[in-house]
Write a new protein. Structure first.
Ligand code: HPA
Length: 247
């Protein structure tokens, strides 16, 4: 089975497998990606923010990225992302496997064809199989992890303390700016999707220091060895173990 990796902040190349740069034209625009082989199976890597982190969350071409993976025959997407914590007990360095989301985005593509009448079920937004593999492998590697609910904001600014308090009261565990519509378009395209988020900071008002993007990237880099170890053990399983979700 073909697996596609989407790298978030601080993860700009695949490193875990040898790759060559390639590109593909989709109806939504051109996508540059890395193509490699792992365990005799083709594998693809896409840095969500571009190579040098040049694309802010609200300008990412989410439709093109997912359409590119679809055209390449990807059946499972494993994404990484940096998040702020909405709980004082969820500290930086913790890995959170996403199991629900709250969508606070404002002006992003909703569907591949926004004129179509489509009401997709999101009872289970993230792939159960991918989540099981991720949590088992995180446990095997001795990496502290939880499952949790992702609040997606429009960004690109960080939250106010009042927003952080509201998101936490609503049941959010972590906050970021990119998971919607990535996860929703993947489901629309019939691709299983899972995301492991790394907590890089306490949300505004929980932590005592102002938030800085450089800090987020630095914490991601500190944790990148763990993330690579996870990809190395999780991907071969995701390539081999059958889909159980009926997507
Ligand atoms: N808020 C939103 N996005 C983020 C944060 C945050 O605190 N940390 C990393 N990405």
């Amino acid at each position: 089975m073909k697996v596609g990796i989407i790298g978030g902040s601080g993860i700009y190349d695949s490193e875990v497998f040898q790759t060559s740069v390639d590109s593909i034209n989709t109806p939504y625009g051109k996508v540059v990606f890395e193509r490699g082989v792992l365990q005799d199976e083709e594998i693809f890597f896409l840095p969500r923010h571009g190579k040098g982190h040049s694309i802010p969350p609200h300008l990412i071409n989410y439709r093109a990225n997912i359409a590119a993976f679809k055209e390449l025959g990807v059946e499972r997407i494993l994404a990484t992302s940096a998040v702020g914590s909405l709980r004082a007990d969820l500290s930086p360095g913790t890995f959170v496997v996403l199991n629900q989301f709250l969508d606070f985005t404002k002006r992003r593509a909703l569907l591949f064809d926004e004129t179509s009448v489509k009401h997709i079920d999101f009872t289970e937004p993230y792939c159960k199989k991918i989540n099981t593999v991720l949590r088992q492998e995180l446990k095997n590697l001795g990496i502290k992890n939880e499952e949790g609910c992702y609040v997606c904001t429009e960004g690109p600014r960080y939250e106010t303390p009042a927003e952080v308090k509201m998101f936490s009261l609503l049941g959010g565990d972590v906050v970021g700016m990119t998971n919607v519509p990535e996860v929703t378009l993947a489901k629309e395209a019939g691709i299983c999707y899972g995301c492991v988020s790394t907590v890089t900071n306490l949300g505004a008002g929980i932590g005592q220091v102002p938030l800085r993007h450089e800090e987020v990237v630095a914490v991601m880099e500190e944790n990148s060895e763990k993330l690579k170890a996870l990809l190395m053990t999780a991907i071969p399983r995701l390539q081999k173990e059958p889909r159980e979700c009926g997507l």
